[in-house]
Design a protein around this ligand. Structure first.
Ligand code: ADP
Ligand code: TRP
Length: 320
């Protein structure tokens, strides 16, 4: 089974990215042949500062490796270093109905938020389909917000294969429902666009400040507190050991403990959960050439596979 996913280098990694996409992807590397990449071509649709783009790419590479991506098990590379992705995206574009892209939420969301409506932003799902199809992927671990892009990809496989024969492989999304939507500091979906994120490699001081600032209701200390929809509890369940989660749930139900105490526990559990990752990240950061070597070797391996698929596609459509 071939597993593939990508992450955009467009900001700092937060708990939503980690639990929604990265952790499931890292777990899947034990179950098949995994291909994970840094979606720098996609990031061009939103990042205009070349220095920031290069720095973000390096950061996200360190993040992914520190979180457990094992380059011996997974092929890890930068999207832009594999030739052919843009070619396949163009070939797919030629049979992509406008209506299919017009229905995509992410384009509407991004333009509503004030991003310039560019062709790149609009055609984003076609480039994503090319990523998935060029490596003949079976399974694509993503957060729920990417589900529609997987549907577009599946639609394009149908259209292409109807027109040219059974060439492209039909992929499937892998969405871990328990962590499909990690809440942010204000209770809405954690997202860099909502400025409500908790970074997993965030400095201790700012991590404490953010967690202590989580929005809560005004239930007095001595009263029982609602466990349903509590951001503190939802996040605590992700980072704390089960017996500590059970203790916090009991304290919520019994009353007598204030939100400030719960937040302190959440802060400590978050710090402890990610401590080994922080240590590994610092080690990797001290040895830049290792990361570059990993990405280079990954791009070579991914490139061989991409070239084979592209060759089949070119023949099928009459470009050979
Ligand atoms: P953001 O919303 O911060 O811009 P991205 O869109 O770059 O994050 O998402 C990168 C990956 O992380 C995607 O697979 C996405 O589904 C996942 N993801 C992002 N935020 C969350 C969240 N709050 N809960 C679960 N998964 C998330
Ligand atoms: N669109 C994805 C995101 O924003 C990143 C991505 C690009 C991707 N190409 C992909 C994810 C292919 C999975 C498969 O998170």
């Amino acid at each position: 089974m071939r597993i593939l996913s990508g992450i955009q280098p467009s900001g700092t990694l937060h708990l939503g990215n980690y639990f929604g996409m990265m952790k499931p992807a890292i777990e899947l590397q034990e179950r098949g042949e995994a291909f994970y990449f840094i979606a720098d071509l996609h990031a061009l649709t939103t990042v205009r500062d070349p220095k920031a783009l290069a720095a973000n790419c390096h950061d996200v590479a360190l993040d992914f490796l520190a979180c457990g991506l094992d380059p011996k098990k997974s092929c890890f590379f930068r999207q832009s270093e594999v030739p052919g992705i843009a070619d396949l995206a163009w070939i797919l574009s030629a049979l992509t109905p406008m209506g299919l892209l017009e229905r995509c939420h992410s384009y509407k969301d991004k333009t509503t938020r004030g991003l310039t409506p560019t062709h790149g932003l609009f055609a984003y799902p076609v480039l994503m389909a090319a990523d998935i199809l060029i490596y003949e992927s079976d399974l694509v671990p993503v957060g729920r917000d990417q589900k529609q892009h997987l549907e577009v990809t599946r639609d394009l496989v149908g259209k292409f294969n109807d027109a040219y024969g059974d060439i492209l492989k039909m992929p499937e999304a892998h969405i871990q429902e328990s962590t499909a939507v990690v809440p942010g500091l204000d209770g809405a979906k954690m997202s860099k666009s909502y400025h409500n994120t908790i970074g997993i490699f965030e400095e201790e001081k700012s991590l404490r400040k953010k967690i202590m600032g989580i929005k809560t209701d005004s239930t007095p200390v001595e009263e029982p507190k609602p466990t349903q929809g509590s951001t503190i509890l939802d996040l605590y369940r992700l980072v704390a050991p089960p017996e500590e989660v059970a203790r916090m749930e009991a304290d919520f139900q019994n009353g007598g403990v204030g939100y400030g105490d719960f937040k302190k526990r959440l802060f400590e559990a978050t710090l402890a959960h990610f401590a080994p990752f922080r240590a590994r990240r610092a080690e990797l950061a001290a040895n830049d050439s290792t990361v570059l070597d990993i990405l280079e070797a990954g791009a070579r391996r991914a490139g061989d596979l991409a070239a084979k698929t592209l060759d089949k596609v070119r023949r099928a459509v009459g470009l050979r």
